[in-house]
Design a protein around this ligand. Sequence first.
Ligand code: KG4
Ligand code: ZN
Length: 349
Amino acid sequence: MKILGIETSCDETACAVVENGRRVLSSVIASQIDIHAATGGVVPEVAAREHVLKIRAVIEEALQKAGLKLGDMDAIAVTCGPGLLSSLLIGYSAAVTLARVLKIPLIPVHHVAGHIYANWLDLAPQDEIQFPAVVLTVSGGHNELVLLKGNIDFELLGETLDDAAGEAFDKVARLLNLGYPGGPAIGRAALKGNPKAINFPRALVKKNNFNFSFSGLKTAVLREVENFHRQNGKLTAKFTNDCAASFQECVCDILSEKLILAALKHEAKEIHLAGGVSANARLREQVMEKMSRLPAGTALRYNKNLQYCTDNAAMIAGAAYYLYLKAPKSYNFSAAVFPEPQLDLYANP
Ligand code: KG4
Ligand code: ZN
């Protein structure tokens, strides 16, 4: 089954063609990073306008790279939320139009379900995911621990009570004048810094609490930066690198600790990392270091292709395949579904 996926929930205009939920035939991403770097973050109206300008060319390029035509598609998948409403609407309008003209099913996909299914992309055919799996999905806009009991059988174990970890990376990068997006910039600065230089607070790290909170950490970084300014004037490279390394160490410690505790509690056969922050090398390392606390044979998965960690459309087409398999009759070309920025599809997608 060949599915054309469209993703426009934030600042990437993306389209992909994926076969049977795993084989990526093409994946095209038009990033708006250069535009939003100028404002230090995403301005929703600007993002939506860029989606309008790019969407058609991105869809055409995805088909061309796959060597296929619209008529070869079996279904259209689209991110229906959560995200910026004005951005979601652009991808959604394109998807609805295509599904109706081609008379093929339209499959709305929860953005986080997409991130979760990014770990299925490009898997070898004989490589089967073992359930239950505990997934840490961690991005700029969301931050959850999800128990995956089977395909499209999610249970939300915990989520952030305030900021997502990716958002904290972006805001701290701004405080340290490291640029946008903050995650990769902090990662690069941290390589030159001492992760033990500043002992930042680790909120909510205790057993049986799988929620996250990063706003206190953000304030603690702000206080360190203000103190440094007061005592020494301009930020030095040493302070910036040490602060980035200590902050990254703290976030990765919290994320990895909760993932391991959740995996132990739910006797997970696999643990997965997904979402933009899963591209972070130190997070992967910390999880690997802590895996010795899990039963032997527990598998760790993250997509080694960084393109599938951050927003992309292949993950949307991938998740759509499993949604469709579960309830094929639920999807048709004239479905009256609207984009919903605050969607909770976990209970029964
Ligand atoms: O999944 P994503 O592309 O968009 C959302 O769904 O939000 O994630 C983007 C987030 C940004 O906050 C970015 O700073 C963070 O992921 N990110 C990283 C890294 N690469 C991207 N954070 C830490 N380390 C990275 N290498
Ligand atoms: Zn995302």
